[in-house]
Design a protein around this ligand. Structure first.
Ligand code: C2E
Ligand code: CA
Ligand code: CA
Length: 739
């Protein structure tokens, strides 16, 4: 996934999460609200029920009292006596007035009024035997709102009159005005048609209400619907809730009182009722917001931490600690983007210093590191915008340069070489750096980078092997050769078991005597099909794998056995030299093994000589001398092979116990140019001074032979006299000698 896509994905992930959590929260707060609202209604219902009870208790109490009074006055005949009783009980009850109505319909009240009530509803009801409660009646004496209670007076089962009591509405009002809901709540009693029975003194209630519907309608237009609901409840004599508006929203709880068509209405502002639930909901909101903030903060922190870690990892992976430049990993990454994606013509170049190890040893690691940093700066300075460079391990660098024509790459390599050689060497170092380049021209854009680097490295190795030159371009032949080598290397061990290795002998002749004075044993690989594989090909491979030790030991043993046979045949024995690979020098134990093989064969030690190549002597100087001394002590003659190829100084000959020096073929070839001749002469002189015998290798022509003879070279080996040959042929040579 690309970076942009990843970001969009992350953002949408967070948004979805937010939406879901807000949704869940809304749902939860609604559930909570409903739950709390239910609780609020329950409270209101509770208060309302309480009020109903109070009102019922007040009125039934009064009616019971009235019935008792009726019983008391039933036996009395005299109006005056009745009035006395009424006067007496009036003081005990809170009625405004009481009265007695006889069967004539004339009322006699405790305030000494007499009037005809025969047309009044309460009279007509009670004279029929009912206990009656009137609706609101305006007292004609003072205009006060009252309720009239009446009950029949029975004597011997006959109704002889009624008792009436005038009840002040104000008293009910007082009872109901007991504060509820912190003074925010109030209570009305209304009739089914909405007309007021008892209103409230609470200042937030409807003032001067005569009909609740009218008051509601006047208070707020929104109430129209509520009125309908309310009417519905009243008509069906039901208990229920409505919410209406009088400036603010208010709950109204309606309960039938069970007296006339009266209903008790308890009112409380929605806000008040919901203040607790709102408080809880607000707290919940707060907790939610805090949670969301905390989650977001944590998410952001995790995100940042991840980014930081990723950056750190990338730095570790992509930034070279030493040069602060690109690592190989970064190089590969950039290569894909800058070259592959754009299909530009480009060359992949690997380079290192020919002698970086030496720089570290001569000038110290700090200087070595500085050189690496300087090289990085040079490479980077030579990279265009679409080009890349990076460092692998030690002094191995990689670059990818673009080109129009391939020649440009060569020019740029030379320019970089120039800069590395001249710009960055500290003055204290009188040392010139030698960068070596391997070039691979990229053909396709889907190639394996690793494989391309390998190809460039292959070309690079060629420059190194040849020991001069600055760069080489990879060719397929290089790879084929590598493949061949790989195949050979894989086959060597099998070939050994299959007895495909045989020993050839190349005779050596005395320069003056021209007689056979010795021979060199040279291993040959003869394939089952008769094809010969050159030791120049397989010996380096065997050296690489270490198999050469086995091979050398085999040759050594074969030579010992051959000498034994020749001795037994009574042939004139000459010493035969055997090559010892540098790999033996790592492990001195071979000496004992060789000695044992020799002793087992019973061949005198002077019949076997050992050749050690000069270049091997450079490496482990002290250990090598120890090994050579040990061999010497045992009685082996030691030959220094390939003298002149390993850059060893003549002075070295003084410290190394060498008996015979083999002048390399390259010297012999150069004998005819003046400088070459001078060198050979000097070497010969030096060897003579050190009492070291000299054998010339690779002598092919008579001129070479004559020259070597003239300067007193002791022994001659080369095609001029004889090529390496199989055992039986060499036997013939020996036979000829003895003839
Ligand atoms: P070397 O030890 O320097 O052996 C001499 C090489 O020069 C031999 O090549 C020989 O055939 C060749 N030679 C001799 N005279 C002439 C001449 O007049 N002209 C030319 N052009 N070449 C001449 P060869 O046999 O191919 O061996 C190559 C190298 O392989 C040897 O070089 C040696 O380093 C290695 N080698 C051969 N046999 C063994 C062995 O048994 N053990 C080890 N460790 N290395 C061996
Ligand atoms: Ca040799
Ligand atoms: Ca040689």
């Amino acid at each position: 996934m690309g970076k942009g896509k990843q970001r969009v994905f992350k953002a949408s992930y967070i948004i979805v999460l937010l939406i879901v959590s807000v949704g869940v929260f809304m749902w939860y707060s609604n559930v909570l609200k409903d739950e709390l609202r239910g609780l609020v209604r329950d409270t209101l219902k509770e208060v309302s029920n309480q009020n109903v009870l109070v009102v019922q208790k007040e009125i039934t109490g009064d009616l019971n009292a009235l019935a008792e009074i009726a019983d008391r006055i039933a036996p009395l005949q005299d109006t005056e006596e009745i009035m006395e009783v009424l006067d007496e009980v009036l003081i005990r009850y809170s009625f405004k007035r009481m009265g007695y109505v006889g069967s004539d319909g004339m009322a006699h009240t405790t305030d000494r009024l007499s009037f005809d009530v025969s047309n009044n509803a309460y009279y007509q009801a009670s004279i029929q035997g009912e206990t009656y409660i009137s609706d609101i009646v305006i007292d004609w004496t003072d205009g006060e709102e009252t309720i009239i209670f009446s009950t029949p007076i029975k004597s011997n089962g006959e109704i002889i009159g009624i008792v009436i009591a005038t009840y002040r509405v104000e008293s009910l009002k007082e009872i109901l005005s007991v504060t509820s809901f912190d003074g925010e709540g109030y209570t009305y009693i209304i009739q089914r048609d909405g007309s007021k029975v008892v209103d409230s003194i609470n200042p937030t209630s409807f003032q001067n209400m005569t009909n609740i519907f009218t008051s509601m309608e006047e208070a707020d237009k929104r109430n129209t619907k509520v009125i309908r609901e309310l009417k519905h409840l009243l008509e069906n004599n039901q208990t229920g809730f409505v919410i209406f508006y009088n400036i603010i929203g208010k709950y109204m709880y309606i309960t039938p009182l069970g007296i006339n068509d009266w209903f008790l209405i308890d009112v409380v502002p929605v806000d008040f009722m919901e203040s607790t639930s709102n408080y809880i909901i607000q707290r919940t909101y707060l907790v939610f917001v805090v949670l969301v903030v905390v989650c977001v903060v944590i998410a952001v922190m995790i995100f940042w931490e991840e980014r930081r870690k990723k950056k750190e990892m990338q730095n570790l992976l992509y930034v070279d600690e030493l040069t602060k430049g690109n690592t190989l990993a970064k190089f590969k990454l950039d290569l894909k983007q800058k070259i592959f994606d754009k299909h530009n013509s480009a060359a992949l170049i690997v380079l290192d210093l020919d002698d970086f190890k030496l720089i570290n040893e001569l000038f110290g690691y700090d200087e070595g590191n500085k050189v690496l940093c300087d090289i990085w700066t040079t490479l980077q300075g030579n990279c265009g915008k679409e080009e890349v460079a990076g460092r692998g391990i030690a002094d191995h660098f990689v670059m990818c340069l673009q080109y129009g024509k391939k020649k440009e790459i060569e020019e740029r390599i030379l320019k970089i070489t120039e800069e590395i050689q001249h710009c960055f060497m500290p003055k204290s170092m009188e040392y010139i750096l030698h960068p070596v380049f391997g070039v691979y021209y990229m053909e396709q854009y889907d190639e394996d980078i690793e494989a391309m680097i390998d190809c460039a490295t292959l070309a690079h190795n060629h420059v190194k092997q040849e020991r001069n030159g600055i760069y080489k371009v990879y060719t397929d032949v290089m790879k084929e050769r590598i493949l061949e080598k790989k195949q050979l290397s894989d086959q060597i061990e099998h070939a050994y078991k299959n007895h495909e290795f045989i020993v050839y002998y190349q005779p050596k002749y005395g320069s003056k005597s021209q007689r056979l004075v010795g021979a060199e044993a040279l291993v040959r690989w003869r394939r089952p099909n008769g094809q010969m594989v050159s030791p120049g090909l397989f010996i380096p491979l065997a050296e690489e794998s270490g198999f050469v030790r086995k091979l050398d030991e085999y040759v050594f043993k074969e030579v010992c056995l051959a000498q034994r046979r020749w001795m037994d045949k009574g042939l004139p024995i000459v010493p035969i030299s055997v090559n010892i690979s540098r790999r033996h020098l790592e492990n001195p134990e071979f000496i004992d093994e060789y000695k044992k093989i020799l002793d087992d064969s019973g061949v005198p030690i002077e019949y076997i000589q050992l050749e050690i190549t000069e270049s091997a002597m450079l490496d482990e100087h002290e250990e090598l001398i120890a090994i050579m001394e040990r061999l010497h002590q045992l009685g082996f003659i030691i030959l220094m092979d390939d003298f002149g190829t390993g850059y060893s100084s003549l002075m070295m000959l003084k410290s190394v116990p060498v008996d015979i020096m083999k002048l390399d073929k390259s010297f012999v070839d150069d004998y005819d140019d003046e400088r070459g001749e001078q060198i050979i002469r000097r070497v010969m002189q030096m060897a003579k001074d050190l009492k070291i015998e000299v054998t010339a290798e690779g002598v092919e022509t008579e001129d070479q032979y004559e020259f070597l003879k003239s300067i007193n070279c002791d022994t001659i080996q080369g095609y001029y006299f004889a090529r390496p040959m199989p055992e039986d042929e060499f036997e013939k040579c020996m036979n000829e000698e003895s003839a």
